[in-house]
Ligand binder design. Structure first.
Ligand SMILES: [Ca+2]
Ligand SMILES: [Ca+2]
Length: 323
C-alpha cells in the first residue's frame, strides 16, 4: 500500500480532517473538537510518538502552516505536499490575554504580548527595550551559527538579531542589509535560497515585488529581485517560505485578500510553477498565515473492526409465559 493510500484510509475514517477553517463560525466548533489529543491517534507530528505495539505507523515528511485569527485563536495546518491532511487548534493558557503569534521556532511557537516575548509558555529573558524603531518580526533562523535559532527583526535596511541560548537573549546584533529594497518592504521569511548553508532574507513590498538577500551568517552578500523583476498581483500577500514539494528548496507561500492560499514552487530564486492550496477554497475572514516549518507526520493505517458474530437463530434464553 502506498503512503498516499494509507493517509487516505485514515482520512476516510475521519473526513472532518479535510474541512478546516472554512469560515470562522464553522471553524470554531471544528477547531474546538480538534485538540491534539483527538488527532494524535491518526496523524501526529511529535518526534517520539508511539501508538503502541503492533500498530502499523508510516512516517511521512510534510509542512505545517501556523495561522492566527484576529481574535487571538491559533491553529496549525498539516500538509503532505500541497495536500491539506489535518488541522490542529493550539491551546493557549486560559489565564493570559491573547498573544500575537510571531513564528515557529523548531518545536515551539514564539509569541509577543505587550512588551514581552514567549517561547510557548516560557517567557524570553530579553532586554526591556528594542533599540530600533518600526521593527517588524522577520523570523527565526540560525544566522549567528550556534546551537539555537536567533530571533530576527527588520526595520528599513537594518536587522536586529537576538542571539539566543534557550529562552535567554545573550547578545544583540544590528546588521545593515544595505539599501537594496524599498523602505516599505518587509522581511517575510528567512530560508536557504541557495546551496550554501546560510539562511537568506525573503522580502515583499506592497506593490508586489519580491527580493532575496543572500547572507553569509550576519554578512550580506547581495540581493536579487524575483519573478524576472515583475511585481506579483498586490492582492496576494507573501506570507512565508516552506518546502511544499519536498525537493529541499524553499517555496513561497501566498495569501489572497479573499482568503485563498497558494504556493510558488521554486528552484532557488526561479519560479517553476504555482499551485493553489486546499483546492483554491478560501479560509474564513480574519485568519492570517504566520509561519511554516518542516514536519514529520506519523500516520496509523486504520484497520476496520471485524464484523460482529451473527445473532443465534434461537435466543439463548427461555421465554416464560405466566398462566
Ligand atoms: Ca544562503
Ligand atoms: Ca520546494
Amino acid at each position: 500500500m502506498t503512503f498516499r493510500r494509507k493517509i487516505s484510509s485514515a482520512i476516510a475514517v475521519f473526513p472532518f480532517l479535510l474541512s478546516p477553517l472554512i469560515a470562522e463560525e464553522a471553524a470554531q466548533p471544528l477547531l474546538d473538537a480538534l485538540t491534539s489529543t483527538t488527532i494524535s491517534g491518526y496523524i501526529d507530528s511529535g518526534a517520539h510518538w508511539n501508538p503502541g505495539p503492533g500498530i502499523p505507523v508510516t512516517s511521512i515528511n510534510g509542512t505545517e502552516i501556523l495561522w492566527q485569527h484576529q481574535n487571538g485563536r491559533v491553529a496549525i495546518w498539516q500538509l503532505s505536499g500541497t495536500d491539506l491532511i489535518g488541522a490542529i487548534r493550539v491551546s493557549e493558557p486560559s489565564s493570559t490575554a491573547p498573544r500575537t503569534a510571531l513564528a515557529f521556532d523548531k518545536n515551539s511557537i514564539v509569541f509577543q504580548q505587550l512588551g514581552y516575548f514567549w517561547k510557548d509558555d516560557s517567557i524570553i529573558n530579553a532586554w526591556p527595550a528594542l533599540p530600533l524603531k518600526d521593527l517588524h518580526f522577520a523570523g527565526t533562523a540560525n544566522l549567528v551559527g550556534d546551537r539555537d535559532n536567533d530571533l530576527v527583526w527588520a526595520s528599513g535596511s537594518h536587522l536586529l538579531v537576538w542571539e539566543m541560548n534557550g529562552t535567554r537573549v545573550v547578545r544583540q546584533h544590528i546588521v545593515s542589509t544595505r539599501f537594496h529594497v524599498p523602505a516599505d518592504a518587509r522581511v517575510v521569511s528567512i530560508a536557504r535560497f541557495d546551496a550554501d548553508n546560510f539562511p537568506d532574507l525573503l522580502w515583499h513590498d506592497p506593490r508586489g515585488f519580491v527580493w532575496v538577500t543572500f547572507m553569509e551568517g550576519l554578512n550580506v552578500r547581495g540581493t536579487v529581485v524575483l519573478n524576472n523583476g515583475k511585481p506579483a498581483n498586490p492582492d496576494w500577500t507573501l506570507r512565508g517560505a516552506g518546502d511544499f514539494n519536498l525537493d529541499g528548496k524553499p517555496d513561497l507561500l501566498w495569501q489572497h485578500k479573499d482568503g485563498r492560499t497558494a504556493t510558488w514552487l521554486m528552484d532557488g530564486t526561479i519560479r517553476k510553477s504555482a499551485a493553489l492550496l486546499r483546492g483554491g477554497k478560501p479560509v474564513g475572514a480574519g485568519w492570517k498565515i504566520i509561519d511554516t516549518r518542516k514536519a514529520v507526520f506519523h500516520v496509523v493505517t486504520y484497520q476496520p473492526a471485524p464484523p460482529p458474530p451473527p445473532c443465534p437463530s434461537n435466543p439463548p434464553f427461555s421465554t416464560h409465559v405466566r398462566r
